[in-house]
Design a protein around this ligand. Structure first.
Ligand code: GTP
Ligand code: ZN
Length: 185
């Protein structure tokens, strides 16, 4: 559960730590604003993907479904700086499908917490396997990490790609290639 008072106290300390004047007008409401913002951007911590993935419909057929270019914003757990980009999710139904928005909602459940991209990729795929129980799922994430661009090594434009395969996609390079092609097209 997100504790707004603790976040506000933490932000006040942080501002003091960098030598800022907490009483100047521009900063007076900042601790409160950030607490509100964290409720949104870390809202995934209290969220449960099964709520979204548990609402299914009978499949018309069991052909592959790809939802691509799902924009997401997350924060890296090492620096609490944003990483953001696109998620692509392919799955092969086993007589059940979910509404397409539920795939995007599942991405947000795992994006809105301090994260590591590899872990987020796996969590999305594993949640889909567990709750929708398809024949297989493949998740691809492509993101820019601000801890790589605005500080440290400073390599703007560098992109991190991660993917996982579960079920029918595992050990099936042809199927994986087909998804990569569909994502590129
Ligand atoms: N594998 C992986 N690494 C990440 C992710 N987000 C951030 N990192 C990396 O986490 C590492 C943390 O390294 P540290 O050496 O502990 O921290 P640092 O001194 O701030 O590292 P630099 O970024 O190299 O300055 C950095 O190399 C980041 O690029 C992620 O999602 N996945
Ligand atoms: Zn980072």
């Amino acid at each position: 559960m997100i504790d707004e008072k603790k976040i506000e106290a933490g932000i006040r300390l942080l501002l003091e730590g960098i030598g800022e004047d907490l009483e100047r007008p521009g900063l007076k409401d900042t601790p409160h604003r950030i607490a509100n913002m964290y409720k949104e951007i870390y809202g995934g911590l209290g969220a449960d993907a099964s709520v979204h993935l548990g609402k299914t419909f009978p499949a018309i057929n069991n052909e592959l479904v790809l939802e691509k270019d799902i924009t997401f914003y997350s924060t890296c757990e090492h620096h609490l700086l944003p990483f953001y980009g696109k998620a692509h999710i392919a799955y092969i139904p086993d007589d059940k499908v979910v509404g397409l928005s539920k795939l995007a909602r599942t991405v947000d459940v795992f994006a809105r917490r301090p994260q590591i991209q590899e872990q987020m990729t796996a969590q999305i795929g594993d949640a889909i396997m567990e709750h929708l129980k398809p024949k297989g799922v493949m998740v691809i994430l492509q993101a820019e990490h601000m801890c790589m661009t605005m500080r440290g090594i400073k390599k703007p434009g560098s992109q991190t790609m991660t993917y996982i395969c579960r079920g029918a996609f595992e050990n099936n390079p042809e199927l994986q290639q087909m998804v990569f092609q569909m994502v590129k097209s």
